[in-house]
Design a protein around this ligand. Structure first.
Ligand SMILES: [Zn+2]
Length: 364
């Protein structure tokens, strides 16, 4: 899989007309076209914009289909008798660099469904296949991680894990960040798609590749029978979640506008921001959203380049750990600077996964 090795891909929403992203023009990146219609959008990206980089097509069958012991892969509804092989060939014909298996969502502790994915995947006689593993995040709990590792090790193709959970999957239980890292350390040729900064954690620890969503709904997935919860009552416009360069967390544009209401906002030196404040994204128009997304992609792209400049192994892991630890230390300073130091509930809060990455041993 040389086309994927060492890359952090960007999940683009297939609802939108594809356009080339300036921040992604290097050998460490690529695109995952994600959602219904991903194949048509991917083809459009190749033909209309002339995109030549690494490309995956994730039509997200796991959003509507649950894997069973008999049928772990979803057959496309309009091709009732199509084999999995046809789905893989179709993705390649639409421009994909490698093909993702149409695996259904694998529910908590459903060993039969997980083993069926392994069995069916090992029947595939192709060298261009990534076995998609859309797992409930409880597979990373203490009781299940052993079996997950054992099954993944027996799948003879590269694998792509997608984590399911409302809000941030890594906050589901305390040991999830450590166990996710263990999965990526103990099994070869693993990738983590549709995630957030966990992409950098697994890349530092030897992942094949990873994928970060351009918007928060593409940074995790939710089970087919659940509706997304946004933590926002009453509907209304949604605002982008912005990556904070110093604090290494995603923060909603509305809370940033509130937090910096009476203080100088944190600024950013990326190509999009050019020194401007990060409180400027609390507007519902498309141009503001594009600016916010570009800022976020520029910010983590820089980190990916930095990570790649360190030698794989201890050097890379240590750099990542130190970077996370430095970010954790900045929370108290930033809260103090904007006058929220005294009340721990009102300012910026360290996300538990970031704290874990900052404190887990670089070499266990
Ligand atoms: Zn910026």
């Amino acid at each position: 899989m040389p086309l994927l090795q060492g890359r952090v891909l960007l999940h683009e929403n297939a609802l939108n007309v594809p356009r080339p992203r300036h921040a992604l023009a290097n050998d460490l990146s690529g695109v995952v076209m994600t959602g219904a219609n991903a194949d048509a959008r991917a083809f459009q990206l190749r033909t209309d914009t002339g995109y030549k980089g690494t490309l995956l097509i994730d039509s997200a069958p796991y959003a509507s289909y649950t894997a069973t012991a008999d049928e772990p892969f979803m057959a496309p509804p309009d091709e009732l008798f199509a084999a999995v092989d046809d789905s893989l060939t179709f993705q390649k014909a639409r421009g994909a660099s490698a093909a993702l298996t149409p695996t259904g969502y694998i529910p908590p502790a459903n060993s039969k469904a997980l083993k069926a994915v392994m069995r069916e995947a090992n029947q595939i006689e192709r060298a261009d296949t990534l076995v998609s593993l859309p797992i409930d995040v409880t597979w990373l709990n203490r009781e299940n991680i052993g079996q997950l590792i054992a099954v993944c090790a027996k799948i003879r193709h590269p694998k792509a894990v997608i984590l399911f959970r409302q809000f941030d999957p890594l906050e589901q239980a305390k040991d999830v960040p450590a166990n996710l890292r263990r999965l990526f350390t103990e099994v070869e040729h693993m990738s983590l798609l549709r995630t957030d900064l966990a992409a950098l954690d697994v890349m530092a620890h030897g992942a094949l590749c990873a994928g970060i969503g351009v918007q928060s709904s593409l940074r995790h997935a939710i089970p087919p029978d659940e509706k997304p919860q946004t933590g926002k009552r009453g509907g209304g416009p949604t605002y982008p979640h912005v990556l904070m360069p110093q604090l290494m967390c995603f923060k909603g544009a509305e809370s940033l506008s509130n937090l910096y209401a009476n203080a100088d906002p944190a600024t950013c030196d990326c190509e999009e921001c050019d020194g401007r404040g990060l409180n400027r994204f609390f507007l519902p128009d498309g141009e503001t959203r594009r600016e916010a997304d570009n800022h976020t992609v520029f910010t983590w792209s820089t980190w990916v380049s930095e990570l790649a400049s360190y030698r794989a192994g201890t050097e890379r892991k240590t750099w990542w750990r130190n970077k996370c630890a430095a970010a954790v230390d900045r929370y108290a300073l930033e809260n103090q600077r904007i006058g929220l130091g005294a009340s721990p509930k009102s300012g910026f809060q360290v996300p538990p996964p970031l704290k874990a990455w900052a404190t887990l041993p670089a070499n266990p």
